[in-house]
Design a protein around this ligand. Structure first.
Ligand code: OXD
Ligand code: MN
Length: 597
């Protein structure tokens, strides 16, 4: 049995080993040799295929039951049911521990238990936090080394300090001599558990090996548990990208952006501006932790060290930087494997080969009627390999945030961009954002808007009403002039024929340009009932094919549509009960008055 100097950690490792009964226990040091060894283990086990065309890249195929975050099986086990709120699944923590304790009993037999000390954020930063993940999955060790900082340095920095306990098992013990599966997991979705114990700052995950269910630093820790820590300690743990925008005079601004899944966050974080001389550099593509600096401004770090991006749709048009980045040292999960040892996916912009092996390991041809890559296929790739990573992306002091974007995928109503009147109005706008439900969501609510406040619907670790109140409270802790300005954006407007009327991708830089002009005091705006909108001509459309009529549509305040929106927002707000912040109902009333006034 291994032994570490942090007494609480030492005791926890022993306790978990006694419960899970692995054959071996291994403490990860985070070295390259160790990473190479772990890769070799997965190649030898038949789980990973080296990609001849991409140095240092490997393909994994998951079990068909295990392809995405399992929201229905994600639990917030707070002591009181009300504290989990209306948007989370709740189970009494004692009951859940008893159920999961029985599942964990002996679940690592025949396997090695890996202990991964990891830091979310640059090691030692005042914004960073430490966790320890115990897992029986070599795939998780490999991915955690890319997505976080792991190993001996973290343990040193931890000293005798506190850490978040993250326990993970694929839930497939091996009998003596039993051959392992290429993707061990619990195939019955209803027997998977992704559980959070917010008061104990603890995560227990069982039965899934995929993404956010298993790489516990990401959604489970950095959003759900860190969100509770942030509420208690007065900071922010948000589902936001962080980018640095430099204008042609060399002046730069740091901008965060909250968008629900499938809105192109990774693409925006790495965008290539359509203006000569302007530059976007990436700090993070998914999560932002923000604390007040001594100057009263909010400073952000990216708690992660890699990108876990959706592969399908990634192309030289949507994200040329990611395309270059994933040529080396990248883990692919659930994409197609070409006969010459490369990977292929739908929406890559590369013609489909005549034959490949699909994400389920079957022969595939372009006319077979099946997808080569699963729609949630992923790349795991080191952030420092990104050609446009900002040099200060690991600065332990963080970067001062000037603006926060919020927005979803909306065909109608929500204009291209709208500036909030102040922080409280900005939190109101973030609270009403969301995307239209599509057929991919498999529900009868297609076309309705799923409100996803600050893109935190699946990730808030406590009551959504309390979360929104916490955001409002943060705005009262400093001078209003020091707070980031909040902008509601929508790249996804469509015309009556169902066609997008805004080009998106690199041209979203035109909106970012107006935003930084506003921050600098030069951008022209007109005041409207919903907020400050670009004055006619203030968004530069030189060189793009957007007609004056479309531009008018993109920047129109559609009174009837907004009044209908208010009815649906009221319905949504009702679900927060008495935990709806009064400031937000006041904002909603004020909006209604302005629209009718
Ligand atoms: C993600 C998500 O994977 O938000 O980042 O779903
Ligand atoms: Mn995300």
């Amino acid at each position: 049995m291994i032994s570490v100097s942090n007494k609480a950690l030492d005791a926890w490792i022993k306790e978990v080993a006694e419960m899970c009964k692995p054959d071996n226990v291994y403490l990860c040091d985070g070295s390259q040799e160790e990473y190479d060894k772990m890769i070799q283990i997965t190649v030898d086990a038949g789980s990973a295929t080296p990609l001849k065309k991409r140095p240092g890249c490997y393909l994994f195929r998951s079990h068909p039951s295990d392809v995405a975050r399992a929201e229905k099986r994600t639990f917030i086990a707070s002591k009181n049911r009300e504290d989990a709120g209306p948007t989370n699944n709740w189970i009494d923590p004692d009951e859940l521990k008893a159920t999961m304790g029985a599942l964990y009993d002996g679940c690592m037999k025949g396997r090695t238990m890996y202990v991964i000390p990891f830091s979310m954020g640059p090691i030692g930063s005042y914004i960073s936090k430490i966790g320890v993940e115990i897992t029986d999955s070599p795939y998780v060790v490999i991915n955690m080394r890319i997505m976080t900082r792991i190993g001996t340095e973290v343990l040193k920095s931890l000293g005798d300090g506190e850490f978040v306990r993250c326990l993970h098992s694929v839930g497939k013990p091996l009998a003596p001599g039993e051959k392992d599966l290429s993707w061990p997991c619990v195939p019955n979705v209803d027997e998977k558990y992704i559980s959070h114990f917010p008061e104990e700052r603890m995560i227990w995950s069982y039965g899934s090996g995929y993404g956010g269910n298993a790489l516990l630093g990401k959604k489970c820790f950095a959003l759900r548990i860190a969100g509770v820590q942030a509420r208690d300690e007065g900071w922010l743990a948000e589902h936001m990208l962080i980018l640095k925008l430099t204008d042609s005079d060399g002046k730069f601004h740091y901008i965060c952006g909250a968008f629900p899944s499938a809105c192109g966050k990774t693409n925006l974080a790495m965008l290539e501006p359509s203006f000569p001389g302007w530059k976007v550099e990436t700090i993070g593509d998914d999560i932002s932790w923000m604390k007040f600096g001594d100057d009263g401004r909010l400073y952000a770090i990216n708690p992660e060290a890699g990108f876990f991006g959706v592969v399908p749709g990634t192309s030289m048009q949507s994200n040329p930087n990611a395309m270059k980045q994933i040529m080396t040292n990248t883990i692919f999960t659930n994409v197609g494997l070409t006969d010459d040892g490369d990977v292929w996916w739908e929406g890559s912009g590369i013609p489909a080969p005549d034959h490949l092996i699909d994400w389920q390991g079957n022969d595939w041809t372009p006319d077979c009627g099946r997808l080569a890559a699963h729609s949630n296929a992923r790349f795991t790739t080191p952030a420092n390999q990104c050609a446009v990573i900002a040099p200060e992306w690991e600065d332990p002091a963080g970067v001062p945030i000037s603006a926060i974007l919020v927005g979803g995928r909306r065909k109608t109503t929500i204009p291209l961009v709208n500036e909030s009147l102040d922080w409280s109005h900005g939190i109101f706008l973030g609270s009403i954002m969301g995307s239209e439900i599509t057929t991919a969501d498999i529900t009868d609510k297609v076309g309705q808007v799923r409100r996803d406040p600050f893109a935190m619907l699946p990730f808030v670790g406590y009551h959504m009403g309390d979360y929104l109140q916490h955001l409002l409270n943060i705005g009262k802790k400093t001078d209003a002039s020091k707070l980031p300005r909040i902008y509601f954006v929508n790249w996804f407007r469509k015309n009556d024929e169902g066609k997008f009327i805004w080009p998106g991708f690199g041209d979203n830089s035109r909106v970012l340009k107006w935003i930084v002009e506003r921050i600098s005091g030069t951008g022209k705006a007109v005041s409207t009932p919903i907020g400050n909108m670009p004055a006619p001509g203030a968004i530069d459309t030189d060189g793009i094919n957007v007609s004056a009529g479309d531009m008018e549509e993109l920047l129109k305040v559609d009174k009837e549509a907004w009044l209908a929106e208010i009815v649906s927002i009221k319905e949504n707000y009702k679900s927060y009960g008495d935990r709806l912040p009064p400031e937000l109902s006041a904002q909603l009333d004020a909006l209604e008055k302005r629209l009718n006034g």
